[in-house]
Write a protein that binds this ligand. Structure first.
Ligand code: TRP
Ligand code: SF4
Length: 406
């Protein structure tokens, strides 16, 4: 894909360094990255500052181990540093500078209504998350994205509100610092054309959106403006822009690309997640993989070897969907329903496929484990490239905010 400037559009995504990645990450996020890197100008980074918003008490060795292990996992599954820019957030201090500047213009109410704010606070009860940094998490994320003028941001469903907020922050920034000359006067001048009642409603809606972030106000304003016969199209657009905070584009509004949820469940059939202790790591011990798969629960109806079962009631079957070909799946379907195979038999081709995949991943990780400077150099190059791009954006941002005075 190529845009008008002859460059492939930019994609930015970050991952918090939570340690060794597991197969859930692989079949969800990473496979998606592998596809994107062929088509887009991808910037993938380790969101180490984001990790600190929740894990600020953790000792810093844990964070650095997690960072390097995670980058090795990326490389081992095929994230390719000759196609994508790989870097670490904290090595590009422009993220902090833009975060600070955006924090000046982000209404508190916008942050308080981000769903993950309250969700995470109640989920992670054992941590004190009533910090400035945690509330500001989405502003830092907006800075990560806006610094690189990303058009697309691959994220999971839980992150979509953060991308929406990023768009709102970009719009507000553009409105505050990028208005055409006389924009405000022209907009104000057109308000009386809405009539007395319309003008009052417009002002109320504008307050509701800019001060309280009320989204319904946007739709209502659109309807109000569309219904009015006295406004030219240009006036109507200007009034809408004035209400929602549009202006000249300095920061680019991104779109989210929804990452499909991994089809691979955890070993117990629930979602694969470190906190449920039901994961298989990308680079796991072969003996552990074998043992864990053998211990996986199956259709509870198959108490004895002769009891027939239903694959649809069995998490092993979901593994087959990801790892087995049609022929094997047929064999499972028939064998399970007629009790002509036992669960141990059924699990064997899976164990073989998993061990083969693990061996390939481990083999690709090996050079990086043996020579850590390889990984350090890849990241150093990526950070340098990221800083160049980020610097350009910051120069524009400083200049539009009149911060480039001497
Ligand atoms: N918040 C994201 C997560 O928890 C990680 C992240 C940080 C991110 N900055 C980002 C993702 C920028 C996409 C773009 O998964
Ligand atoms: Fe599950 Fe396979 Fe056993 Fe059927 S035979 S219950 S699909 S493990």
């Amino acid at each position: 894909m190529i845009n008008t400037s002859g460059q492939p559009p930019r994609v930015v995504s970050g991952m918090r360094p939570t340690g060794r990645l597991h197969l859930g990450h692989y079949h969800g996020v990473l496979k998606n990255w592998l596809e994107l890197q062929h088509e887009f100008d991808c910037y993938f980074f380790v969101a180490d500052w984001h990790a600190l918003t929740t894990h600020y008490e953790e000792d810093s060795n844990t964070i650095s181990d997690n960072v390097w292990e995670m980058v090795i996992d990326w490389l081992a599954v095929g994230v390719d540093p000759s196609q994508s820019t790989l870097f670490i957030q904290s090595r590009v201090p422009e993220h902090a500078e833009l975060n600070l500047l955006l924090s000046m213009i982000t209404p508190l109410s916008w942050l308080e209504r981000v769903p993950s704010y309250k969700d995470q606070q109640s989920k992670l009860k054992e941590r004190d998350l009533s910090t400035h940094g945690f509330l500001g998490y989405p502003v830092l994320q907006a800075a990560d994205i806006l610094l690189y003028h990303a058009l697309q941001v691959p994220v999971g469903e839980d992150q979509v509100p953060h991308i929406e907020l990023t768009r709102e922050i970009a719009r507000r920034f553009n409105y505050l610092y990028g208005r055409e000359a006389g924009f405000e006067e022209k907009a104000e001048g057109a308000i009386p054309k809405l009539g007395k009642k319309g003008a009052k409603l417009y002002r109320n809606l504008r307050n509701a959106y800019t001060e309280r972030g009320d989204h319904e106000a946007l739709a209502k304003a659109r309807a109000l403006l569309d219904a009015n016969q006295n406004l030219s199209n240009a006036e109507s657009e200007r009034l809408f822009g004035y209400l929602e905070g549009g202006g000249r584009t300095i920061l680019t509004e991104p779109e989210s690309i929804l990452t499909e949820v991994s089809k691979l469940p955890g070993l117990d059939g629930a979602k694969m997640s470190k906190s449920y202790r039901n994961t298989i790591a990308l680079r796991d011990e072969p003996a552990r993989v074998e043992k864990e798969v053998r211990a996986m629960p199956t259709d509870p109806a198959r108490v004895r070897r002769n009891d027939p079962g239903d694959p649809n009631l069995c998490p092993v079957w979901e593994f087959h969907h990801v790892y087995s070909n049609e022929e094997t799946k047929q064999w499972v379907e028939n064998g399970c329903r007629t009790a002509s195979i036992g669960c141990i038999d059924c699990k064997q081709p899976l164990i073989d496929a998993l061990l083969k995949e693990q061996a390939e991943i481990s083999e690709r990780a090996q050079p990086y484990i043996e020579d850590p400077t390889l990984v350090r150099n890849i990241i150093a190059d990526g950070c340098e490239k990221a800083r160049e791009t980020a610097d350009e954006t910051m120069e524009q941002v400083r200049s539009t905010m009149n911060l480039d005075y001497y």
